[in-house]
Design a protein around this ligand. Structure first.
Ligand SMILES: C[S@@+](CC[C@H](N)C(=O)[O-])C[C@H]1O[C@@H](n2cnc3c(N)ncnc32)[C@H](O)[C@@H]1O
Length: 920
């Protein structure tokens, strides 16, 4: 398959950033020299997010200008050379697109290099095709292993069968055919370990030469250290090749102080399970593992030349092969002597001896109790010899791109050869059986041989990359997404998968690999919740806000960003939402893809389960911003926002042949987005919610099935609606007063009911998902404040008469003033029409503000229970009076978590804080 870009793998002249070089080596040499000079500049090195590492180490990892293991000085040149300047007259229009991030998890290329929380490239491809054209520039600032780059390249190199499949799929969805062709891409990550993976995924190399070099490397180390992994077969003559050795920790019996080998005492050979209670082989006493002390032995730490302690571990089982057949045995005297001999060898210089910092990952997972203080403590002597040799052999390969790929392969053995590799007898393979996302040192360790881990890896890598021919169209940068040296309005689309609060400590975890490269992440700039580094949710929100602001700056107006997000905590979700809106983005769609796990509303609630969300946001086009700055916060600018926003929203959404509610078209949601827009521009909100509701009527924004449209959109909706049987259903999950009102509105719309009828149904909604500090409302008050009751005078309201005549035989076709109908309709609650609703809203707002006064005047301890609706109304009113102190003062009276868990309160509060801190 031909790509539109030359991948530079042929000998001879190459083009790079507008220059032509004799060959690719000359290109590399030229830019390495420039990078070496740049690294001497203290200002360059002082940048926020700059990784920790010596010049030589950074240069050794880098392949400039395509990849630098530090901030990349050529990002601007890349854009200047290959990008298109922003043109306000260019017509560009897209609807938001939700993708399924679980697609492609079994793909070989996806699995070619592991990384925490990878998003498969095949999940990203449709998104890039949808939002961009060939040659456009895509950015991912939290790129991790660079799957966005692979996806951008895949758009140009996808095989015919893939193209055909996607074209058919889009055709059935009524979408125009995708425009195939690679897109250029900028990949950034704070972690050098991540960008090294990303760069190697995205740069071309000679796969055959790599496969050959990989084989040779594995053979060379076999020639040198094969003897370390030999063992005698049961016939006493044949030599077996060890696949892995199981090491067990040794404990001391609490009764007799005799040594208890954990695996021998705990492992049930039949079930392969570990017993809870261990029996001492010396005195027969029984105890749990936790009741016994771990035994330590002394050793001379070559890094400090001090005597140190490490857990006493003994080999208990060897799995080996003779030919292709696998056998197991208990270690014999020769085996023990062999490991003792290896332990006397000097530590290879390649093995890092860095002390591990005090961080969350070294505080958990038995890292402290096993005294795992430094990187070299995490490798048993034989594994240290093997890993050191693998690294040495890879780094001395003369060809730069092959050398890089050899390291790409070899570094994948680091976790699997360290003491993090657990022995899991219930699994057939012991390769990479470490716990992911944490450092955890198990009591039983499977010390694997390099060939056991890498033989298969090498052939899988060669196979995967043979099918994927990277071009030189990606550029990788190592630094913080908060400071990208890119020009304003230069990017056509952003796809990004940021850290999700406290899920994964990337910088801590990547230390293990980065210490081998001798270049490490700057943890200060890391956008996560990190207990040890004192980053709470609000610090996380600030860090994310900085990154989103940078995204906003570099994205072209009118263009889109897709944020993939996975977390169950409402506070973290709100931090993301507020960060996005404060940066200036407008949220157009939030999709929860995995329906099995819970509905969208559940995701937003505090008790939610973990969910993958896809958030589609756009940077409003220049016109809207300009008009706002000319007009200021006027009614007209509010309606201008509403119109522009509705234009960006999808008209319909389908799932399994049914129409789905477009949540963002809900008038309340549109109102919230409008409010956020003005708040973020430091303007008062020009419309109250009742003015908004009446305005919708007067200004001809047609409503269908609880959603609002532009007149130009409604025809399309009606057409699609006529093709399906059911109207789209709103998903409602009651967690606070607001959602309780929404639930009631939905219920009463379908079924105008008396208090007695609605009460039992309502009660079932106020379950476990109710927010902790939110006062539970009385049904009567909710009904009175938000709905109308037919009291039996005058004609029966249409909503009730329609319902009765449809559902009761005896009411069919009766006149609205018929006494039977009136009797049946009496005392039923129903949803007011928009004019009436605006009146009610006004009345309700008044009473909310009255109650807010009592909050404001509350003295003494913090408010433990309150109404979020009161706080929201109060904050909004204070904002419009520029009374920022009230917002800050009242916010101080409620628990921090309640603030963080409410997107609207958080928005006002944060903006108030920012302005007061700035002296505004
Ligand atoms: C969820 S992961 C991305 C994984 C990626 N989607 C993949 O497929 O490999 C988030 C990444 O953000 C990075 N990160 C954390 N803080 C950052 C910052 N301030 N700037 C840039 N990257 C950051 C982490 O190092 C991590 O690699």
């Amino acid at each position: 398959m031909h790509s539109m870009f030359n991948n530079g793998m042929t000998a001879g002249p190459v083009e790079c950033l507008g220059h032509t070089f004799r060959n690719d080596d000359a290109r590399r040499e030229h830019f390495l020299k420039l990078l070496a000079e740049k690294l001497k500049d203290p200002e360059f090195r002082n940048q926020e997010g700059f990784p920790q590492g010596a010049d030589e180490a950074i240069l050794a990892m880098s392949d400039p200008p395509y990849y630098t293991a530090c901030p990349n000085p050529w990002l601007r040149d890349f854009i200047a050379c290959y990008g298109k300047p922003y043109d306000p007259c260019e017509s560009y229009s897209r609807e938001p697109l939700a993708i399924d991030v679980s697609v492609g998890k079994t793909d070989q290329l996806y699995k070619a290099h592991g990384y925490h929380t990878k998003v498969p490239h095949l999940a990203i491809v449709p998104s890039i095709l949808h939002y961009t054209e060939p040659g456009d520039i895509v950015l991912d600032g939290f790129a991790g292993s660079g799957m966005t780059g692979v996806a951008a390249q895949w758009c140009g190199s996808a095989p015919a069968v893939y193209r055909h499949g996607l074209e058919m799929e889009w055709k059935t969805q009524g979408k125009p055919a995708p425009k195939w062709g690679a897109r250029r891409v900028i990949l950034n990550d704070l972690s050098p370990a991540a960008t090294f993976i990303a760069a190697n995924y995205n740069l071309p190399f000679d796969v055959d030469a790599f496969a050959k070099a990989g084989k040779q490397l594995l053979k060379d180390i076999e020639d040198e250290i094969g003897w370390m992994y030999e063992t005698s077969h049961t016939d006493g003559k044949t030599k077996g090749k060890i696949r892995y050795t199981v090491w067990s920790e040794v404990l001391a019996c609490a009764s007799c102080a005799g040594e208890v080998v954990f695996t021998t005492a705990a492992l049930d050979e039949k079930t392969h399970r570990v017993r809870d209670v261990l029996t001492c082989p010396h005195c027969g006493a029984q105890a749990k593992k936790e009741q016994m002390d771990l035994q330590f032995e002394s050793f001379l730490d070559p890094a400090t030349t001090q005597m140190e302690k490490r857990p006493k571990r003994v080999p208990v089982l060897i799995w080996y092969q003779v030919g292709k057949t696998a056998y197991s045995k208990k270690p014999d005297r020769d085996d023990i002597e062999r490991v003792a001999k290896i332990a006397l060898l000097p530590l290879p210089t390649e093995v890092p001896t860095d002390r591990l910092p005090d961080c969350q990952m070294t505080r958990v997972g038995r890292m402290k109790t096993t005294n795992s203080l430094a990187v070299h403590y995490m490798f048993l002597p034989r594994a240290a010899q093997a890993m050191g040799l693998l690294w040495r052999k890879a780094t001395i390969h003369p060809d730069e791109s092959i050398r890089s790929m050899l390291l790409f392969m070899v570094e994948q053995a680091i976790w699997g050869m360290s003491t993090l590799a657990r022995y899991t007898p219930t699994h057939f393979s012991q390769v990479n059986q470490y716990l992911s996302g944490v450092f955890y040192v198990s009591s039983q360790h499977a010390e694997c041989s390099p060939w056991y881990i890498l033989d298969g890896k090498l052939s899988r890598l060669s196979k995967a990359f043979r099918k994927f021919n990277a071009a030189r169209i990606a550029i990788s940068n190592t630094g913080t997404a908060a400071r990208l040296s890119l020009a304003e309005a230069s990017i056509d689309y952003i796809f990004t998968d940021p850290p999700f609060g406290e899920n994964i400590y990337y910088a801590d975890l990547n230390l293990l690999v980065e210490s081998w490269h001798r270049v490490k992440s700057d943890p200060i700039a890391e956008a996560i919740v990190d207990r040890v580094r004192l980053k709470g949710v609000s610090e996380y929100q600030d860090l994310m806000h900085d990154c989103f602001r940078e995204y906003y700056r570099v994205l072209k107006p009118g263009r889109w960003m897709t944020v993939v997000f996975s977390n169950s905590r409402a506070a973290v979700w709100n931090a993301i939402q507020v960060g996005l809106q404060q940066a200036g983005f407008v949220v157009a769609e939030v999709s929860a893809l995995n329906k099995v796990q819970g509905s969208f509303q559940q995701v937003m609630s505090t008790t939610a389960v973990k969910q993958d969300l896809v958030i589609s946001v756009y940077k409003p086009n220049g016109g809207l911003e300009q008009r706002l700055s000319q007009r200021g916060a006027s009614t007209e600018s509010a309606w201008d926002f509403v119109e522009t926003h509705l234009r960006q929203l999808p008209v319909t959404k389908h799932r399994d042949g049914e129409l789905e509610q477009v949540v963002e078209r809900d008038p309340r949601r549109v109102y919230d987005r409008m409010v956020a827009w003005f708040v973020r521009h430091d303007y008062p909100v020009p419309l109250s919610s009742d003015e908004f509701l009446t305005g919708l009527q007067q200004r001809d924004f047609p409503e269908r099935d609880g959603m609002i449209f532009l007149p130009s959109q409604v025809g399309e909706y009606d057409k699609k609606r006529a093709q399906v049987e059911h109207s789209p259903q709103m998903e409602l999950f009651v967690s606070d007063e607001r959602s309780a009102i929404d639930w009631l509105a939905d219920f009463l719309k379908k079924r105008p009911s008396t208090y007695q009828e609605v009460h039992p149904e309502f009660i079932t909604q106020l379950g476990a998902g109710w927010r902790k500090h939110e006062e539970k409302p009385e049904l009567t008050a909710l009904l009175e404040d938000n709905f109308l009751r037919y009291q039996g005078t005058g004609p029966v309201p249409t909503q009730i008469s329609n319902y009765l005549s449809k559902n009761f035989h005896d009411c069919r076709g009766l006149d609205k003033e018929d006494s039977h109908l009136i009797a049946k309709a009496k005392e039923r609650w129903y949803v007011p029409d928009p004019n009436k609703a605006a009146d009610l809203e006004q009345r309700r707002e008044k009473s909310l503000l009255k109650e807010f006064e009592t909050y404001r005047n509350h003295t003494g301890r913090r408010l433990r229970e309150f109404r979020l609706e009161v706080l929201r109304a109060g904050f909004k009113a204070a904002w419009s009076q520029k009374d920022l102190q009230t917002i800050i003062k009242v916010a101080g009276k409620i628990p921090e978590v309640a603030l963080q868990e409410d997107e609207k309160l958080l928005l006002w509060y944060d903006q108030a804080l920012t302005l007061t801190e700035a002296g505004g």
